[in-house]
Write a protein that binds this ligand. Structure first.
Ligand code: C5P
Length: 294
């Protein structure tokens, strides 16, 4: 049986995923990003060519596709800059990146496209989809959980429990209602939109850089005197902060107002508003709360 479970819930872009990963790393726990499971389910729907307004008609087909799918969430040792956001990028904590495999295919990027963002809350509102995802969440958590170890500290043997950190919307209320520690992470809507915008612009910059590199390689590389000149200008092909704020608000509205497992603050959750916290402050305070309860 799992010894220690940390459930981190909260609205979109409140920093759950990077915080959960850093906390898992700090405590030596496994980590599961449950949003990525709903995102994979949404990708399956898009690939089946199911239109947004036809989801309801095809829901049982979609639920069985999810039940038959295999998923893997791999933690990468390196920091994933675009997934950290401004506060963390300036800090010292290294946040491991994650790779998401759906039926053995790396879909890490594809599950974060605007199409998936637009459709995911609709897919996640269905009861049979949530049931299929619930099985997957529990199976992935069982696979990811670390086992207990004994460390020697100040001349004493201390048993450190094994555990798992899972983030999402209903982890503390539905998926793991008996989790040892429940956190509800929130931030002001503008702070969340700015962080998401920052992530997006970093992704665009990274993609442009990769393109420049491959262009300069194709044209003979560094020796041609062209390599310092950008081959592509970073054109703002991404939404404004206001657009993102609107999208997050719509998604939160759907997540809060759906019938099955809506986003709620569990009665025994510790609420952390990180609008004015540094990334380190919030990660260490959550890790300390966990240690106090071990
Ligand atoms: O966390 P992330 O933003 O990737 O989640 C994407 C969507 O997946 C959420 O907006 C929500 O609709 C759904 N979700 C959910 N329950 C969870 C995790 C995610 O309904 N535990």
């Amino acid at each position: 049986a799992r010894e220690f479970t940390i459930a981190i819930d909260g609205p979109a872009a409140s920093g759950k995923s990077s915080t959960a990963r850093a906390v898992a790393k700090e405590l030596g726990f496994g980590y599961i990003d449950s949003g990525s499971i709903y995102r994979c389910a949404t990708l399956l729907a898009l690939r089946q060519g199911i239109a947004a307004d036809k989801i309801d008609e095809h829901i049982s087909e979609l639920a069985s596709l999810i039940s038959e799918a295999s998923m893997e969430i791999r933690i990468q040792k390196d920091a994933g800059r675009h997934t950290i956001g401004l506060a963390a990028a300036a800090g010292r904590l290294v946040v491991p990146g994650v790779q998401v495999l759906l039926n053995s295919e790396d879909v890490s990027k594809e599950i974060r496209t605007p199409e998936v963002n637009r459709l995911v809350a609709k897919v996640a509102s269905d009861r049979s989809v949530r049931e299929a995802v619930l099985h997957m969440q529990r199976a992935l958590a069982a696979a990811a959980e670390s086992s207990s170890t004994t460390i020697r500290q100040k001349g004493k043997d201390i048993k450190v429990p094994g555990g798992v950190v899972m983030d999402g919307r209903d982890i503390g209320t539905t998926v793991f209602p008996t989790a040892e520690l429940k956190i509800y992470l929130d931030a002001s809507p503008m702070a969340r939109a700015i962080r998401r915008w920052d992530e997006l612009s970093n992704q665009v910059k990274d993609a442009a850089k990769a393109k420049r590199l491959s262009n300069s390689r194709n044209t003979g590389g560094a020796g041609d005197g062209q390599s310092t000149k950008p081959a592509v200008t970073v054109q703002a092909d991404y939404p404004s902060v206001e657009d993102i704020a609107r999208e997050l608000e719509q998604r939160d509205y759907q997540d809060i107002n759906r019938e099955h497992s809506p986003l709620r603050i569990a009665s025994d959750a510790v609420v952390i508003d990180n609008t004015n916290l540094t990334f380190e402050q919030q990660v260490y305070s959550i890790a300390d709360l966990a240690r106090e309860r071990m």
